[in-house]
Ligand binder design. Structure first.
Ligand code: ZN
Length: 397
């Protein structure tokens, strides 16, 4: 290799390092959006939120965020030496963020029924069927809950909207639109190159679909949220457990609930320019406090209404928030890019023996024979738990 070849190689390495690091379909962040948060948060508060909610290990954030006496310096672009300076509020000044309060009446609440459902449930992997029974589609159940919840909340004076009103995608895109992106992704995955041709096209197809039903779909919903600026987003989901034997499906006994707020960005996630920005954006907006204010009574309400135990995470991808059982922080696409306080509900294990029976009851309209401990259909019980949680949050003054 000649002298210039070596310099060229160095240049290539440098440009690779300096290249923006973004997650799929994300745009480079606009750091100037943070300008209006200059001197809005004290150093102590910034560090508390960072360490207790958003990024619990210093080694995860220290390559990207430097804390100085009067400012936080945040690296704008992976591999570059370009930093955003966020000046702290001096501790003797008072912030104009007052203590969070929540009132149902008059609040703008956006309900986000998880997934797309309908004819897309199999593609999304949120679908299972046993024998000749009706298929279980998480997206359809989430929409049933959301529609019922909407009318109940409206009766209480809330201004309610839904991110989707049908089991249809919000995004205008389709899987085919992501063919090139999926092929580029595949070509970067060296360990996949040896697969037989048929398997390769299957992997690319799966990837196209993922870009459609998850990334593009959630981005489309985040646009709705950005425009409507709700006070609270409620993401409606039902959990499921891994099948002990996926080829020979048998219902599990585990059944539980948990409630998520946004947080727990891991090292590999903070390394993405857009995720780093999104984390800081949520932090300076103080959404963590608002989310916790709703999530804690919500978790207590699910415990009371369903009688189920709270689920507890074991891995590093979730962080326990506060003392109330069942409240955890995770960094999910939806609770990260929805620009509002987001409370993400994960009650019930849909493929447990108990819940499966109740879901079949909803599908076949035999509500009465398949009640839980509350004597209600599973959809009604879900709605009642959410209402109770919001009422409790409302009464905490
Ligand atoms: Zn879900």
């Amino acid at each position: 290799m000649g002298k210039w070849g070596f310099v060229g190689l160095l240049f290539l390495l440098w440009s690779l390092l300096a290249a923006a690091k973004l997650t799929d379909l994300a745009d480079p962040p606009d750091w100037s959006r943070l300008d209006s948060f200059q001197k809005s948060i004290s150093k102590q508060e910034f560090l508390r939120q960072l360490n207790e909610v958003y990024c619990p290990r210093k080694s995860w954030w220290s390559p990207w965020i430097e804390i100085e006496e009067n400012r936080a310096r945040i690296r704008k672009k992976a591999g570059s030496d370009d930093w955003y300076d966020l000046q702290f509020l001096e501790s003797n000044e008072s912030s104009n963020f007052s203590n969070s309060r929540f009132q149902i009446s008059g609040s703008k609440i956006l309900i986000d029924p998880g997934h797309i459902g309908g004819e897309f449930s199999e593609m999304e992997g949120r679908h299972f069927v046993l024998g000749d029974d009706e298929p279980v589609k998480e997206g359809d159940l989430a929409l049933s809950v959301a529609l019922k919840l909407k009318s109940e909340l409206q009766k209480k004076g809330a201004i309610v909207s839904l991110s989707r009103e049908q089991n249809q995608p919000v995004t205008q895109k389709c899987p085919q639109d992501f063919k090139e992106l999926a092929e580029t992704w595949f070509s970067r995955m060296e360990w996949l190159q040896k697969l037989p041709e048929e398997e390769r096209s299957k992997r690319i197809q799966k990837r196209q679909e993922l870009y459609f039903y998850r990334v593009s779909e959630i981005m489309a919903r985040s646009e709705i949220i950005r425009k409507s600026q709700p006070d609270l987003v409620l993401c409606i989901h039902l959990n499921a457990a891994p099948w002990p034997d996926p080829d020979n499906k048998s219902l599990v006994t585990r059944n539980d609930y948990h409630v998520l707020v946004n947080g727990c960005y891991m090292g590999g996630e903070v390394a993405y320019d857009n995720q780093r920005f999104e984390m800081i954006w949520r932090l300076v907006n103080r959404w963590a406090d608002k989310e916790r204010l709703i999530a804690e009574p919500m978790s207590q309400a699910f415990s009371k209404e369903t009688g189920l135990p709270a689920f507890a995470y074991k891995g590093p991808n979730a962080l326990k928030i506060g003392e109330v059982e069942g409240v955890w922080a995770r960094n999910l696409l939806a609770n990260r890019i929805y620009e509002a306080p987001v409370v993400f509900l994960e009650p019930y294990i849909a493929n447990s023996g108990e819940v499966y029976q109740r879901i079949q009851g909803v599908n076949s309209d035999y509500h009465d024979t398949n009640e839980g401990q509350s004597g209600k259909s599973i959809v009604q019980e879900y709605v009642d738990a959410v209402l109770l949680g919001l009422e409790q949050a409302d009464s905490q003054k």
